[in-house]
Design a protein around this ligand. Structure first.
Ligand SMILES: [Zn+2]
Length: 155
């Protein structure tokens, strides 16, 4: 499939998902024009705030390949990813991102993630989400064990 055909598949998924009570978002993960996995937005029906199309596609792709490393693959998203999905795309080590709708298009229909992007620009103390360091020394124990562990899977 060409990149346009792969994007049309992501767009078709975003439209079909509306008939399944999902949000208007779809994603496809592919390599050399072959689809590995797809995902759609299932936030409301699965009661999962992280079930965005891209995250769902990444979970499906990684499960299918049996690895957390999706390098060599590309993601086609019907919409420009939110910060969570963008982060997930980096963590999955996908090679390239194609998107259809922009963040601005999403904002027009009520899916506004610009506040998260704005939060990331602020100092921790100026963010809406209050955060506080707590029991850091105790939490460090797991890191110390990890650092010395010899039979670990690095990622
Ligand atoms: Zn997202």
């Amino acid at each position: 499939m060409t990149k346009e055909e792969l994007m049309r598949k992501a767009i078709a998924l975003s439209i079909e998902n509306l008939n399944q009570d999902g949000g208007p978002f779809g994603a496809v993960i592919a390599k050399d024009g072959e689809i590995l996995a797809t995902g759609v937005n299932r936030v409301t029906d699965s009661c999962d705030p992280t079930a965005h199309a891209e995250v769902s596609a990444i979970r499906n792709a990684a499960k299918k390949l049996g690895t957390f490393d999706l390098s060599g693959y590309e993601i086609y998203s019907s919409c420009e990813p939110c910060p969570m999905c963008l982060g997930a795309i980096y963590w999955a080590r996908l090679d390239k991102l194609y998107y259809g709708n922009t963040k601005e298009d999403a904002k027009v229909i009520g899916f506004d993630d610009s506040f998260i992007y704005e939060e990331l620009e602020l100092k921790k103390e100026d963010r809406k989400l209050k955060s506080e360091e707590l029991l850091g020394k105790e939490a460090l124990e797991a890191f110390n064990i990890w650092a010395k562990k010899e039979d670990k899977t690095e990622y």
